[in-house]
Ligand binder design. Structure first.
Ligand code: GLA
Ligand code: ZN
Length: 675
């Protein structure tokens, strides 16, 4: 959004007036303005209205909506409506319907229901995007394009099977190469004709969404499925750009959404946007990690918070209300991590179908005298006061955590060593340890420039793609601190094991050899016994999940296992490598171990917390043109007194100077313009 001159943080949300009688529209406008909003996401699910049959397009209602927004000073985040196809299209062209993981051909219904490789879907979705762009390209309300909605799911139909075969031909060139890379001699799977290859689902290679007989084919299908949807996105993107080269284009992402490789998608998005729906018991640090991941998709460029609920969801098992203050607190959490917008789903609560119990700015009662409206309006007032100060500001992190979709898929497709191994959980443990210290983190892909970090952490780097080991060696040799864990360096990009001892290509960098990997039952634990302390890291800690049995090949041993037949074997090692060092954590430790380990490593490297850690207090810093803004968020339900340390300056929500100690209200926020 950097190219657009905004005067304040975007504030608004999904708005579906076409689902309502025109008589409520003026009230909508009055209340949306009263709440201080300046943007509405419109036209998300209107395909059936815009194209009532194959030959007719009707934009009359959308024209009215766009004009109404403009007349009220509200920007449009204009969607292309291709997230759900019309019923007539499904009836006439059943090929647009998906086939699910169980192999069932779907009928019309739901949404996000089109086969991404359907020629008919691609033709009509692209045409619709083009027509919308042509019609509204000069409309004064148009600020931003929103392609489709939450791309996702999978399809296993015949269109997809054919497209998968061409994708494979393109990737491998010959069947010999494919047979070798998938190791098809296993269970006599050798393919002699491309047509013999079928999508891996419950009818073929997989016995659950996580279990496959052949990692190679399942992994490639995951890549192919993500690419297929990206292709649909790109076709619409090109149409929009033909008419409006300068209007930014986005599609709403979903955080760590497993089926789509968002690092690949981000290259084709002008601005990242995402939908944040934590549940009441989601750790704050997990939400923070998702924001940081979304910011990391485009090298730290600010993102948009496209959706969140002002009060409650409808689709979780227990849809508790956001407690007073929580909506604003979580909105500021997004801004604190790099969002340049606060947007909701939705502005007026539906009257029928499955989202009628989903929270909205305007509730069923229809007026503004509600708790939710008051909280939204208060936030609107505050955002207006902040103006453009924070827009396009950046976060300067010295620690990077690597997140990689291919690696995620491969780890969780792997049959063994443990079903309990969840990639995002392990990444989150490392993130959380830094979060508890108020140390800024970038979540980065493997393409990132590693040299901008002092510390680079790659939890469970199971898959080592070509060139990565070299780049990690360079990073470390040049003085970086690299940290990785158990079950790393095991396979190549096609899930073929690197022979000659684990951790394969990372062995030299880490100075160790992993001989065996033990999987512990959920209630089984081992101990990490420190042999030599590192800062506050001393004594003993619990560990579990997986335990690598390893030998040092030059690495210094900082801790050993305390139990079992591998008692005394190294569990924490550090290898000096060039100017830097490479740590290996051979198991999944309890939280206090990682807090002490990462706290000590950061302290050694001079990476300082933004604020001294305090339970439930989160701190971040955004910087714009040399001016820093510190956010302090109180997630506790009670008021807290905090030590500001060296942070001092003007608190922007109260317009008062603070330094030394400060009192922060329950679920309160401070935004300090640092002096
Ligand atoms: C998603 C969708 C919205 C809406 C919300 C409800 O994020 O994009 O259309 O269904 O969920 O929480
Ligand atoms: Zn399909």
């Amino acid at each position: 959004m950097a190219s657009t001159k905004l005067s304040k943080i975007l504030y608004g949300g999904d708005y579906n007036p076409e689902q309502w009688d025109r008589s409520v529209w003026p009230e909508d406008m009055r209340m949306i303005r009263l709440a201080g909003m300046n943007i509405a996401t419109v036209n998300v699910f209107s395909w059936a209205m815009l194209q009532p049959n194959e030959l007719t397009y009707d934009f009359s209602t959308l024209d009215e909506i766009m004009d109404m927004l403009h007349a009220n000073g509200i920007y449009a985040c204009l969607a292309t409506s291709t997230g759900a196809h019309p019923a007539w299209m499904a009836r006439k062209y059943p090929e647009i319907l998906r086939t699910d993981f169980e192999g069932r051909k779907r009928k019309f219904g739901g949404r996000h229901n089109s086969c991404p490789n359907s020629f008919v879907y691609r033709t009509y979705s692209t045409r619709l995007a083009g027509k919308i762009a042509e019609r509204y390209k000069d409309h004064p309300a148009l600020l931003l394009w929103h392609i489709s909605n939450e791309f996702g799911g999978e399809c296993y139909c015949d269109n997809c099977a054919a497209a998968f075969r061409s994708w494979l031909r393109n990737k491998y060139g010959t069947l010999d190469k494919l047979n070798e890379q998938w190791n098809t001699r296993f269970w006599g799977h050798t393919f002699y004709d491309w047509e013999e290859i079928v999508p891996p689902n419950m009818l073929s290679e997989q016995w659950s969404s996580r279990h496959t007989c052949f990692q190679g084919i399942s992994l490639d299908y995951a890549r192919f499925n993500s690419d297929s949807m990206l292709e649909c996105y790109k076709l619409e993107y090109e149409e929009l750009k033909k008419h409006t080269p300068d209007i930014p284009v986005t599609t709403n992402l979903m955080g760590a959404y497993k089926p789509l490789d968002y690092f690949k998608w981000a290259k084709h998005m002008d601005v990242i946007s995402w939908d944040n729906y934590p549940s009441a018991d989601t750790p704050y640090s997990y939400t923070a990690m998702m924001h940081d991941l979304m910011r990391g998709l485009k090298d730290g460029q600010p993102f948009l918070l496209m959706e969140q609920t002002p009060s409650q969801q409808n689709w979780q098992p227990y849809n508790s209300l956001k407690r007073p203050g929580v909506m604003a607190l979580w909105s500021y959490q997004a801004i604190a991590h790099g969002a340049d917008s606060v947007m909701f789903f939705q502005l007026r609560r539906s009257v029928g179908a499955c989202e009628k119990y989903h929270g909205a700015l305007i509730e069923h009662v229809g007026h503004e005298h509600t708790r939710v409206f008051r909280e939204c309006a208060q936030l609107g007032g505050e955002l207006a006061r902040l103006g453009d100060k924070l827009l396009d500001s950046r976060i300067d992190a010295k620690v990077g955590i690597i997140f990689d979709w291919d690696n995620w898929w491969a780890i969780e497709y792997s049959s063994g060593p443990s079903i309990a191994l969840q990639y995002t959980d392990e990444v989150h443990k490392y993130y959380d340890a830094l979060y508890q210290h108020n140390i800024a983190v970038d979540m980065v892909g493997l393409d990132a420039d590693f040299s901008q970090y002092d510390v680079l952490i790659a939890p469970v780097l199971y898959m080592v793609k070509p060139g990565i080991a070299k780049r990690l060696e360079q990073f470390t040799a040049n003085g970086g601190t690299f940290i990785t864990t158990f079950f790393s360096g095991i396979v190549n990009e096609n899930d073929i094991v690197t022979l000659g001892g684990y951790p394969g290509e990372l062995r030299k960098l880490l100075g160790i050899w992993v001989e065996e990997i033990d999987a512990l039952f959920p209630d089984q634990k081992n101990r990490i016994v420190m042999n030599r302390p590192l800062g506050s890291l001393t004594g003993e800690y619990e560990c579990g999940l997986l335990c690598d049995l390893l030998h040092s090949e030059g690495a210094e041993v900082y801790a050993s296992y305390g139990d079992d037949f591998y008692k005394g074997m190294p569990v924490l090692t550090r290898n000096r490598f060039g100017q830097g060092d490479a740590w290996y954590v051979a198991t999944s430790p309890e939280a206090s171990f990682l807090q002490s380990l990462l706290g000590s490593i950061c302290a050694e490297r001079g990476i300082l917390p933004i604020l001294q850690p305090q339970a439930g207090i989160e701190a971040t810093r955004r910087i714009k043109n040399g001016q820093a803004y510190v956010f302090v968020l109180n997630h506790n339900a009670e008021e807290q007194t905090i030590e500001l340390g060296s942070v001092k300056g003007m608190e922007l929500l109260t317009d008062s100077h603070i330094e030394g100690q400060a009192v922060i209200a329950a679920r309160g926020v401070l935004i300090i313009e640092e002096q």
